[in-house]
Design a protein around this ligand. Structure first.
Ligand code: NAD
Length: 483
């Protein structure tokens, strides 16, 4: 791995003051190389290039946008193994999972490539001799900020809708996992017209802030933690009126009724927690709410299943989970394990750092299950974004289950397992979440809206609405009657 460059205005370049940040492999502790630590001037350059490119890209035909996104998809697909390799090395997740992420990104690029003709407006009935119609217009420069957990998948798929709608983009990946986005920039430098796509890297405090606060960026889309989302909303408002969409964190409930098949529900709880990504997923069902009739048997099976999960290096075909992305995140996970014990919850399995064998130099934590968790405790309320699954104290009836499930400030996803049709529909209706699974977990059905309610965010993505969200409606009224 060598040092890397940002894509700004069609050119590959380092930070203007030469600053770099180390890219580290969390599974081995090895230094992979460096990434540019962009200055505010570099971000200015990227926004200026994107503004300049917008003057012609806004006039591109739907066919030209389809062609560009298809070309991007082809490039990503042709380099799938290499990009997955970079992600696995850079963020510690299993290679096979990062390889699937690349396929998802390719799908997303092709999906939006196929939607460019859907950017319809309306005609509105008006008086004789007049014509009133609306058209969708792009914003201009879109600032896109993304988190560390699915680096390439987010870098590639989250540029698709804004570009398809005729915007230009400046994207900033997480400083902890920028290698695949930088490589993507290199790979597409000759494919994308100069300035239409720009990749800047660096810290949130310097590079991210400069993008959020740039007066020429009127449309911001952020995926990351709720705390950063609020800071971005506040910061953007200090500068001007900006449209900000936010895909934020979750502390998502999985409710298990006694009529559910216990083995299926336990397997779903394990899958829904996304231990495959060390629990580092916004949609993880990290709070399990189980009926008292099956609670003890559920916890026993869950403990045995999670206890058997094996952390391993990204290429280990037998590994069930990988490394935590960085030392700060590792310490956060371990501190919640300590907190849970202080709060009186029962640690059933895991929660300790792996310090022996071939994993000793990496940031590995054994997947953890807590039981007897007080629904009001911090362990139950705060997003850990790590491999810690918390089973609440058992519930007695559906009203209580719903109260516990909805008693957090976050509301991204939720799941319920029951064979009762009435209970299923009631929970689908009343769970406070943007995405509800009934008798299934984790799946993002292509083309369906993903996003949160309450502190989990504003806006929906992965569907046609995401495309529309990168446009503003303009209404035109023509009076031709007097001509
Ligand atoms: P984060 O909020 O720390 O960082 C996300 C991005 O914002 C990074 O690129 C970071 O550099 C940048 N940033 C940080 N501070 C900034 C600031 N003041 N101004 C501008 N930019 C700033 O999140 P993370 O730790 O990378 O990712 C984990 C979080 O992301 C979790 O909360 C998770 O739930 C959430 N997430 C949400 C979704 C979703 O679709 N809802 C998907 C994945 C992850």
């Amino acid at each position: 791995m060598t040092d890397t460059s940002m894509l700004i205005g069609g050119k590959l370049r380092p930070a203007s003051d030469g600053s770099v940040l180390d890219a580290l492999n969390p599974a081995t502790g090895q230094r992979l190389g460096t990434i540019p630590d962009a200055t505010a001037d570099d971000v200015d350059d990227a926004v200026a290039a994107a503004s300049s490119a917008f003057t012609s890209w806004r006039r591109s035909t739907p066919g030209e946008r389809t062609a560009l996104l298809t070309a991007l998809a082809d490039v990503v697909a042709a380099h799938a193994d290499e990009l997955a390799r970079l992600d696995a090395d850079d963020n510690g997740s299993l290679y096979r999972e990062m390889r699937r992420d690349v396929d998802t990104a390719v799908f997303s690029l092709r999906y939006y490539a196929g939607l460019t003709l859907q950017l319809h407006g309306d005609t509105v009935p008006s008086e004789p001799g007049t014509l009133t119609y609306s058209v969708r217009r792009p914003y201009g420069v879109v600032g896109r900020l993304i988190p560390f957990n699915h680096p390439l998948m987010f870098a590639a798929s989250k540029i698709a809708a804004p570009l398809a709608a005729g915007n230009t983009v400046v994207i900033k990946p997480s400083e902890h996992t920028s290698l695949s986005a930088l490589r993507l920039g290199e790979l597409v430098a000759d494919v994308v017209p100069a300035g239409v796509l720009n990749v800047v890297t660096g810290t949130g405090a310097r590079c991210g802030d400069a993008l959020v606060a740039h007066p020429d960026v009127r449309r911001l889309a952020f995926t990351g933690s709720a705390a950063t989302g609020r800071a971005i909303q506040r910061r953007a408002a200090e500068v001007s009126i900006k449209t900000v969409t936010l895909e934020l964190g979750g502390k998502n409930p999985l409710v298990v009724f006694p009529d559910a098949d216990l083995d299926v529900a336990v397997a779903a709880a394990v899958r829904g927690m996304n231990f495959t990504w060390q629990g580092q997923s916004c949609g993880s069902l990290s709070r399990v709410v189980v009926h008292r009739d099956v609670h003890d048997a559920f916890v026993e099976k869950l403990t045995a299943t999670v206890g058997a999960l094996r952390p391993g290096l990204p290429d280990d075909p037998g590994a069930d989970t990988g490394a935590i992305v960085n030392a700060g995140q590792l310490e956060k996970v371990l501190s919640y394990v300590r907190l849970g014990q202080e709060e009186g919850a029962r640690l059933c399995t895991g929660g300790d750092r792996v310090t022996d064998g071939g994993l000793a130099d990496g940031l590995f934590v054994r997947p953890a299950v807590f039981a007897d968790v007080d629904p009001a405790s911090r362990l139950a309320q705060e997003e850990i974004f790590g491999p810690v699954l918390a089973v609440m104290r058992p519930f007695a009836d559906a009203d209580e289950a719903l109260r516990i499930a909805n008693a957090t400030s976050l509301g991204l996803t939720a799941g319920v397992f029951t064979r009762d049709l009435g209970t299923a529909h009631r929970f689908a209706e009343d769970l406070e979440a943007g995405y509800v699974w009934v008798n299934e977990v984790g799946r993002h059905v292509p083309g369906t809206p993903f996003g949160g309610v309450k502190d989990s965010g504003i806006g929906r993505e992965e569907d046609l609405d995401e495309l529309f969200s990168y446009t503003q409606l303009k209404n035109v009224h023509i009076n031709y009657g007097h001509l």
